[in-house]
Design a protein around this ligand. Sequence first.
Ligand code: HEM
Length: 366
Amino acid sequence: MTSQMPTPDGRPPRRSLLPLAAIGLIALGGAAAFAWAAGWIGSSGRLTSQRFVDTIEATGADHPGFRRAHSKGVCVSGSFQGTAEGVALSSARAFSQAAVPVLGRMSIGGGDPHGADAAARVRSMALLIRTDDGQQWRMAMNSFPFFGAPTLEAFLEQTRAGIPDPATGKPDPAKMAAFLARYPQARRFQAWAESARWSDSWANTAYNGVHTFHFINTNGERQPVRWSMRPQAPFVEMDKAKREQASADYLAEELDRRLATGPLRWDMVVTLPDAGDALDDPSQPWPETRRQVTVGTLSFEQAQPQATGPCRDVNFDPLILPTGIAASDDPILAARSGVYAQSFFRREREIASGKASDATDQEASP
Ligand code: HEM
């Protein structure tokens, strides 16, 4: 199983330690992180969104018109229904409006838009919830319970370790070993990747926001939370033998079969920290004993290919938040916004200049 280690942003493993290389695309700190996210930093040799995306592309994730991470996926649509507990915690309209429309995207980690679904250790869910007050709440979650790098620099280091060596055409395992040796958070992520059981569907997988956000209610009270989507579909394990036999588009095909029989549902659960729990470091999990509150139910009713579906041209920027929800000071969260914008910019330019027929299904269109 070591040879299938995933990276925290969900990149597929090329060799034993390589998967971890995908973990690391993130972090700076405090105000500097916001400056970085806004693209203010970095004329010479410093971290910028552009440099980060250049590094991701150097690992092989440079397919015209596709996302530079989580490149393979499908569009989904449905609705979100909040609970009274959600209303008590946050004034966001998503919790009080009945049946809010949701546009989503289910994906696998990694930068290969044609990768094998069942080989991807990391699976993902992205959502755009559009409420009747004209506001949007976007989020992008992964199936891992915590991030594998404590800082943006660490994630960059991990990503760099995944760049193929020109001499061999493969990443140098020594670089990933050095990364692992330096960061206990990366070793914890690796232990998760090696031990967590694989489910057999996007539908029976849990997705975690990982970062801390603040819910703000109508009284102005702020409550730190981390959110997760917990599947109502029962867990069914997919062992290694089944994964090896599965078709390349296994997850998408399986999702279509499920949707043909009815909607798929997840409970949205927020975990509340105790004093002392990390609020700005997604690589530090909170104990499972922390208080949890169900704030809503997500339902998906339809799926569409991403080449022709409504999610293709969406940037699921995790900092697009409605009134009643605010970002924490987590520098990795701040940096994601800038990196996603850069990836979005590049893929949309490729689509607009006709360089991305593979991503847009242009040949099949009239
Ligand atoms: C510094 C850390 C990270 C970096 C640099 C990074 C980078 C990226 C990039 C470049 C994309 C493609 C964006 C686009 O073209 O629209 C992406 C997508 C995505 N990322 Fe990250 N990521 C990071 C951390 C995370 C974390 C912590 C999570 C979740 C817990 C996450 C979940 C996702 C998901 C679900 C998508 C696909 C969204 C979609 O369907 O459009 N990422 N990431």
